[in-house]
Design a binder for this molecule. Structure first.
Ligand code: ZN
Length: 153
């Protein structure tokens, strides 16, 4: 038995069948609800790779729709691959682990959040005081950067 990655559903189609709605229509990374902890807009999903990460710190993350399916439904690798139609009976031994959250995707998140921090710092440096909302978004960005750092520690 083996896993056929090419047979996995497309990330966009898969996430939509799981009931997720994307809060914006453009870009590779989309914002949606985190069903793992109940956050309305804390999940980031990559529609090209299927990678996902919750920015609220609930720990949900993975590198593809298979990892999402396993986490959401409490399935092991083979069971999730079967449900998604990506399991081939070919007599070979089963692979052991799903794909972890890719470092390249983590860097993309870091780039976005660190840019936000830099803009906030530049505003302060030029005497533009941050509003309460901006300050809270800044703290959120710092939390996200910390979260990504912990994932790879
Ligand atoms: Zn979450």
């Amino acid at each position: 038995m083996s896993f056929d990655r090419d047979a996995l559903p497309s990330p966009e189609g898969y996430y939509e069948t799981q009931g997720l709605q994307f809060l914006q229509r453009r870009g590779k990374w989309r914002t949606t609800a985190c069903v793992f902890h109940g956050g309305s807009d804390s999940m980031r999903v990559n529609l090209q790779t299927g990678a996902f990460v919750c920015m609220a710190g609930c720990g949900a993350s993975g590198g593809d729709v298979l990892a999402y399916h396993m986490a959401l439904h409490g399935l092991d690798f083979a069971a999730a691959a079967k449900e998604l139609g990506a399991w081939v009976e070919d007599g070979k031994p089963a692979p052991a682990r799903p794909t972890p959250f890719p470092a390249r995707d983590a860097l993309a998140v870091l780039a976005t959040e660190s840019n936000l921090v830099a803009v906030a710092a530049a505003n302060e440096a030029h005497g533009v005081a941050l509003s309460r909302d901006e300050l809270s978004r800044l703290l959120q960005a710092a939390g996200r950067i910390q979260k990504i750092a912990e994932m790879f520690a």
